[in-house]
Design a protein around this ligand. Structure first.
Ligand SMILES: [Zn+2]
Length: 172
């Protein structure tokens, strides 16, 4: 209640501001990534991927040459999210995983492909070498371990593979 007994209506205004700020970030990231997004999506489209749009202006490519060659079932190149054949339904049913992958889109936008690819590779393989997990991979760490299907803290970046045994690394 306000000083004169009138109810304050701050919450909806704040919510609207947050919503519009999120859209601006989405657009800035999408514009920064447009070249990598277009090239990698085109490579998938030309090789039979199913393509759809999703939140944060992402392009989801299900199957296709690039998607099926990832080290994991899902990986991100710019704003293109590459989903391996056979993993489509799992990805569609996991909204937090899209948020995780989009945080990688932000990393692509901040670094650009010339810096992202070698730095990610060093972080990925370095972490594997040090710990056998992604615990020391700063890119996965900052994209959110639990949203990406990793165990937080206690598991030190190991894949959360309960209850079904995974046949390979789930996500990147
Ligand atoms: Zn990831």
């Amino acid at each position: 209640m306000g000083p004169h007994g009138t109810k304050l209506t701050v919450v909806p205004v704040t919510a609207n501001r947050n919503a519009s700020r999120q859209t601006v970030i989405d657009v800035v990231v999408a514009v920064a990534n447009v070249f990598v997004t277009a090239v990698t999506a085109a490579a998938n489209v030309a090789t039979g991927a199913r393509v759809r749009r999703d939140r944060h202006l992402t392009i989801i490519c299900e199957g296709g040459w690039l998607s099926d060659r990832g080290l994991s079932n899902v990986f991100t190149t710019g704003n293109t999210i590459n989903v391996k054949s056979g993993y489509e339904d799992t990805f569609r049913g996991d909204p937090l995983l899209l948020e995780h992958e989009w945080r990688h889109s932000v990393q692509w936008a901040l670094l650009g492909p010339v810096r992202f690819i070698p730095l990610y590779a060093v972080s990925y393989f370095g972490s594997k070498r040090i710990s056998g997990t992604q615990a020391w991979n700063v890119f996965e760490w900052t994209a959110g371990f639990s949203d990406g299907g990793y165990d937080d803290c206690a598991g030190l970046g190991k894949r959360n593979e309960t209850p079904a045994p995974a046949t390979q690394a789930a996500t990147m």
